[in-house]
Design a binder for this molecule. Structure first.
Ligand SMILES: [Mg+2]
Length: 366
């Protein structure tokens, strides 16, 4: 089998509710759908979410690097040669979601060719993941209302609270309101998206621990080397790396230099091939990881589930899989369901994406 063409299709779908956090705000999904075609008639599909305010990628940059840099080197390749594809794409630094998306599309082809769901090919540890829901910046009462709706409607009992505002009392008030409303049984953790200084984050650690926050993600900029190590050395709860660990090498650096105690895996930025190496790194070092959300569509979320369900290490903690609920629509023909707090991996061959041709025609912007 040979790759014959790689498409990068821009599309825009609005959000019903914008998501606000310390490093940005999302009001519409300006994503890129990747389609890798083969001479066997099999097409691999993946979704690519640019996050310009974090990683610098845009719709335009993703289309350009895929069509102008990756595709000319990959057309004619065997789609099973994922290590060769990784080597080719790895020559270009950065561009994480463009690389990750092409990798996932290759895995989709492999799964379809072998008539096997990719979550089984990768390891098949389980067939479902527990869901964590992300709560953006809102008044405390509105956050409590959203969390209770998610619990009552979808059975979700794990929540990530976006923090990183100043004064920190705004955020810790919200954390306290959530704990009081949801009770001891709810799993709660924090993500400051680098919004605090080390001293601001240091001042809330004791209260975060007292409120039973499981961990604190990106309290400050990890590039503030001593400030971050000062935090991790004194924090009573683990400090997690997300945007400071967007690839294998940076995950290794943050873990071995004590910049973080656990690490987020996002298939949107490390695909399946590099994500599986981050899983191995974390296991070898004896640290935990969890599946994060790059504000993914259903197409992206199905890929996260396919990866996360494959490994024991990525299915222990609740996975961030519910951001798609805030979108006004989606390209997925066969919608994902959150039932009793879980999303099931898809038994269809490949990654489990089913793009609706009419919706793609409607939302594509090229
Ligand atoms: Mg984060």
């Amino acid at each position: 089998m040979k790759i014959t063409a790689i498409e990068a299709i821009p599309y825009t779908i609005p959000y019903r509710r914008p998501l606000k956090f310390a490093s940005g705000e999302v009001t519409e999904a300006d994503h890129v759908l990747i389609r890798v075609h083969t001479d066997a008639g099999i097409t691999g599909v993946s979704d690519t979410p640019p996050r310009p305010y974090t990683y610098g990628e845009t719709q335009g940059s993703i289309i350009s690097v895929v069509k102008d840099v990756f595709a000319p080197q990959m057309i004619g390749m065997d789609p099973f040669a994922r290590e060769a594809a990784r080597s080719i794409m790895g020559r270009t630094l950065n561009n994480a979601t463009a690389k990750g998306s092409v990798d996932i599309a290759l895995w989709d082809i492999v799964g379809q060719a072998l008539e096997t769901p990719v979550f089984r090919l990768l390891g098949g540890f389980t067939d479902r993941l527990r869901v964590s829901h992300m709560l953006g910046f809102k008044e405390a009462a509105a956050l409590v209302d959203e969390a209770q709706q998610m619990r009552d409607r979808y059975g979700i009992t794990a929540f990530k609270l976006k923090v990183g505002r100043t004064p920190t009392s705004l955020d810790m008030g919200a954390a306290r309101a959530l704990r009081e409303a949801l009770g001891e049984g709810a799993e709660l953790y924090l993500d400051a998206n680098r919004g605090w200084s080390a001293s601001e984050a240091g001042a809330v650690l004791a209260e975060a621990a007292e409120l039973g926050m499981q961990f604190l993600e990106e309290p400050n900029d990890a590039a503030e080397h001593l400030g971050r190590r000062w935090l991790t050395s004194r924090s009573p709860i683990p400090i997690a790396a997300d945007e400071s660990a967007p690839d294998l090498a940076s995950a290794a650096r943050e873990l071995v230099t004590s910049g973080a105690d656990l690490v987020a895996v996002k298939t949107a930025r490390t695909g399946f091939t590099e994500s599986s190496r981050i899983v191995g790194l974390a296991e070898g070092l004896g640290v935990e990881l969890y599946l994060g959300n790059q504000i993914d569509t259903q197409v992206g979320t199905a890929a996260s589930v396919a990866f996360g369900a494959a490994f024991e290490a990525t299915s222990r903690r609740a996975a961030e899989l519910s951001n798609f609920l805030d979108m006004a629509d989606d390209l997925m023909a066969d919608p994902l369901q959150i039932v009793e707090g879980h999303v099931r991996a898809r038994e269809a061959p490949g990654v489990g994406n089913s793009v609706d041709a009419d919706k793609l025609a409607h939302y594509r912007t090229d």
